[in-house]
Design a protein around this ligand. Sequence first.
Ligand SMILES: [Zn+2]
Length: 355
Amino acid sequence: MVIHVYKNRMKKHYAILFVAFLFALGACTKAEVEVDKEEPIKEPIEEVVEKVDPKEKIDLSLKPNEAGQIMVLMYHNVGPEEKTWVRTPENFRKDLEYLYEQGYRPIRLSDYVRGHITTEAGKTPIVLTFDDANLNNFNYLEDGTIDPESAVGILVEFNKTHPDFPLHASFFSNGVNPFRQNDLIQKKIDFLLENGMDIGNHSKEHMNFKDATQADLEYQLGAQIQYLNQYLPNDYTINTLALPYGSRPKDKSLEIYLQKGTYEELTYEHIAILNVGWMPALSPFHTAFDPLSIPRVRASEIDVDNVGFMNYLKDYEANPQKRFISDGEATVITVPSSFADKLNTSLPLEIYSYE
Ligand SMILES: [Zn+2]
């Protein structure tokens, strides 16, 4: 068991440090050296690793279902008046409170598509996304503080009061000057990445890709990453795309350039491509999961045609078995046996089905 070994190593480190400390003391006075002789350090030598089956730690009374649905919420603006593409700060806070109360916990988009789900047992992962990188998503006030009415301000504050609601969200940027404060771009991107949030691709010119050519796609997607790269650390790669207008080329042979391509010296590859509507996404362990076509749910209550996030959230309250419920063990996929045939069996994870 891993924790066991870790503890033993820690003990060893302490023991070595203590011995070093005594040597240092010994150089100063005789008395301390005597103490060393009288109380020899007993180093733990036990290195037997006990293997514990991770399934034993899974609490089936929480009814885990890792074949269930995961919602990728799509926000745009946070502003003073509620509109089709604008959520008020009050409503956004209310959304977070409701999601928290109902057991939803944010995860990174990249973790979702990779099937790396570390959400605590009994809770449902959710992915928060914001398109267009407008000022109201992330605004610094003149006194240097983050605007508490901007999306990032609200998320940070919520995470402070609810530390078990992780600070993960993806912001999809198109064109120059993400978040619209020209002299603060670097500061904002650093803040997002250092605090567990992500930047994604939303194309250079917010182009509708319906009639796009290969050259259009490679320019729109590659040039945007090329622009953002000047603000990103070398070890951070933009690999997620939110399609502007949810549009895809009519010519299906061009779809590959949404996923990967080359612009000037830059090669891009997206591991997640997000659509605009209108339904919850599948578990990453589901046989039909397609990371290159992930539906999103609009986080709005206006013009949602009964397929907005509140519609699905209410549905999950009545039908909790539809949603993904984590078993708390990232290496095991736990499902009720009635869902077992929905699982992709080629993944390097253990499947655990129960009656
Ligand atoms: Zn957009």
